[in-house]
Design a protein around this ligand. Structure first.
Ligand code: B16
Ligand code: MG
Length: 219
């Protein structure tokens, strides 16, 4: 039985990956090197400081900065990223998301947002998504990044739902692993072969309904 759906944010409900990438690329350019779209892919679902390490490694600068300087670089990237976020609107909610969230609520599902992002609240407010969620767990409330199950386990605990009744929607392999380690089923969203370990994989939410979810994960 499924009573609770947990949604990752970036790459599942909205496409903020493009803004993360632009902000990281601008930081890299300021430091004097290029950060390619392929390298940007590897920051998806990864925490801010771990993403900074990926960027610095791409420029051969992983040992150049003190921890304090790295905090300042991450803060600089985040200020730039927030300039993009503050221009977001509900137009940027990905296709099929709103009908699915409304359908899940109509069937009495509890809905949780489970994101690694410390900016998750700003994003869902900008995009009008906050009213759909019973509980929000973001990067400010967890100490261990995915694939650690903390973010999903904490959400289920807050709503007193057993993990076996939860299904997690994720676009990153680390998120699918986190769901499995939390004892939850998962839906991989997107065509990336790295999502193959999910209980069900779908290309997008377009046309995807509560009934499709039930039949897909019970297989
Ligand atoms: P912030 P998710 C993740 O969000 C993003 O996928 C990842 O690219 C980003 O580095 C991370 O949040 C931290 O974001 O810098 O805003 O705290 O996919 O878990 O919703
Ligand atoms: Mg994601």
């Amino acid at each position: 039985m499924i009573t609770c759906c947990i949604f990752d944010l970036d790459g599942v409900l909205v496409d903020t990956a493009k803004y993360h990438y632009l902000a990281w690329r601008e930081l890299a350019q300021c430091l004097g090197f290029e950060f390619t779209p392929q390298q940007g892919e590897t920051t998806k679902g990864v925490s801010r400081m771990a993403s900074l390490d990926i960027v610095l490694r791409a420029g051969g600068m992983e040992h150049r900065f003190t921890d304090e300087q790295k905090q300042e670089l991450a803060a600089r990237k985040n200020r730039r990223y927030l300039e993009y976020v503050h221009r977001m609107t509900s137009e940027e909610v990905l296709p099929g998301v709103l009908p699915l969230l409304a359908g899940l609520r109509a069937h009495g599902m509890k809905l949780i947002l489970g994101s690694a992002s410390k900016n998750a609240c700003a994003i869902i407010d900008r995009c009008g998504l906050r009213p759909y969620f019973d509980c929000i767990i973001d990067g400010n409330q967890v100490s261990k990044a995915k694939p650690d199950p903390e973010v999903f386990a904490k959400g289920a605990e807050m709503l007193h739902v057993p993990p076996s009744e939860c299904v997690v929607f994720e676009d990153a392999a680390a998120g699918i692993e986190a769901a499995t380690r939390a004892g939850m089923r998962s839906v991989g969203v997107g065509d990336n072969p790295s999502l193959g370990k999910a209980s069900l994989q779908i290309s997008s939410f377009e046309g995807f309904t509560f009934e499709d979810l039930l039949s897909g994960i019970e297989k």
